[in-house]
Design a binder for this molecule. Structure first.
Ligand code: AMP
Length: 407
């Protein structure tokens, strides 16, 4: 097997592929990019090499295979071709690992079959992930390909967190349980938060708030997830850009029986026309805050509902953990929206939680603490880096399997 130090990270969506080539010696990005609108009449590849200018390719990519071949050509043009002996592995983001995959896994035919078997619980994501894997394997059949699962970090949740309180036999038959998502981000951010506090992850309890367009919270104790807000699918939990988050399941029956909506229509409503967008017609937090400041009542309601749900999870996870060392905000909203961070933590001094308004308003791409020194709970902004985490996990696994020492 290869003795290289580079990992190509692939995140294949239904009509897009995001990629990063990372050198594990120092974590440097050698190249990154995005192919969009695969299978449509106008495709786009944006490629950014580490040294050099961003390049844009506007052409039709009929399928993922064509898209990945174009990516391989762009990488080769920078002297970073997939045939390079420096390439140690390809790391694939796979959304759903079910109960079986609780750690990064080298992809074999059997593993791929199992990921395919999980399609019914991740119909939107796993098929695209599988396509990415198949195409990458065809391009470099000799190279270790590693699946890193979004659900894996949450596999440590105790059974009472993971179970829904429904008939156990029915749940087991249909594999209905809380799997959680964004696990790679929660894992990376909880560890980075411990580092920011100058502590070992094993010593600290952290509430991680991953607030992107999709959003989830997790309670992490000593480096292990004990609860998370997403469930069987990424629909449960926080108010998100377009997803409702927690909802009385009775709403589904009502909309079907009384409202006459089909199951597919309800699925579309709750996943794509709810959350912030459902409440105010907009899912970008920047625009919502601007409108709310101008007195728009719907935007204000959307902001307040978003923050209210967040506060419920902070309080809930505080009680679950018993002692909280840090609350970490991450992803698009968490890293950038100071008013969300301020509102989510306001008035919680009795719980030992305070935010310094000046520190909170600083704009920075660095991990930083925004609580005053007297705050018993550190409040932090910690930029997430799922690609680096995927690369690390893939590299560590390949290294281990080839007899190298662990990082
Ligand atoms: P992500 O899914 O992590 O890329 O996050 C995307 C979301 O982050 C967008 O939909 C915006 O709502 C939000 N976002 C990005 N930049 C800002 C900003 N400067 N202020 C507030 N929200 C932001």
């Amino acid at each position: 097997m290869s003795g290289g130090t580079r990992v190509l990270v692939l995140n294949a969506g239904s009509s897009s592929v995001k990629y990063q080539l990372i050198d594990m010696l120092d974590g440097a990005r050698l190249a990154s990019g995005l192919v969009e609108r695969i299978g449509e009449s106008t495709g786009r590849l944006a490629h950014t090499p580490h040294s050099g200018d961003k390049r844009e390719l506007l052409e039709v990519f009929p399928d993922h295979s064509a898209a990945l071949k174009a990516v391989a050509e762009e990488l080769a043009a920078d002297g970073l071709g997939l045939d390079s002996p420096e390439l140690a592995a390809i790391g694939h983001r796979v959304v759903h690992g079910g109960k079986r995959f609780t750690a990064p896994t080298v992809i074999t035919d059997e593993v791929l079959k199992e990921i395919r078997r999980l399609i019914p619980v991740a119909p939107l994501h796993n098929p695209a992930n599988i396509t990415g894997i198949e195409v990458a394997r065809a391009l470099r059949p000799d190279l270790p390909q590693v699946a890193v699962f979004d659900t894996a970090f949450h596999a440590s949740m105790p059974e009472y967190s993971a179970r829904y309180a429904i008939d156990k036999a029915v749940a087991d038959e249909h594999r209905v349980r809380r799997y959680g998502f964004h696990g790679t981000s929660h894992q990376y951010v909880s560890r980075a938060t411990a580092r920011l506090l100058g502590k070992d992850p094993a010593e600290v309890n952290v509430i991680v708030l991953h607030l992107g367009n999709g959003a989830s919270a997790s309670a992490v104790s000593g480096g292990h997830c004990v609860d998370t807000s997403m469930g069987l699918t990424p629909l449960e939990g926080l108010v998100m850009g377009t997803r409702s988050g927690d909802i009385d399941a009775g709403v589904v029956f009502h909309l079907h029986r009384v409202g006459g909506l089909s199951i597919d229509e309800i699925d579309d409503l709750l996943n794509r026309r709810s959350g912030l967008r459902g409440l105010c017609g907009e899912n970008d937090m920047r625009e919502i805050m601007r409108r709310a400041d101008e007195g728009d009542a719907d935007a204000r309601l959307a902001f307040d509902s978003y923050v209210h749900r967040l506060r419920k999870y902070i309080g809930g996870y505080y009680a679950v953990l018993g002692r909280v060392d840090a609350i970490a905000f991450t992803a698009g909203v968490g890293e950038n929206a100071a008013p969300v961070r301020a509102a989510a933590t306001a008035g919680l001094e009795e719980l030992g939680i305070a935010v310094d308004p000046e520190l909170n308003s600083v704009r920075s791409g660095e991990a930083r603490i925004i609580s005053p020194a007297y705050s018993r709970v550190a409040v932090a902004v910690v930029p997430t880096d799922e690609e680096l985490e995927i690369a690390r996990q893939a590299f560590a696994l390949v290294h281990r399997e080839t007899g190298g020492s662990e990082d």
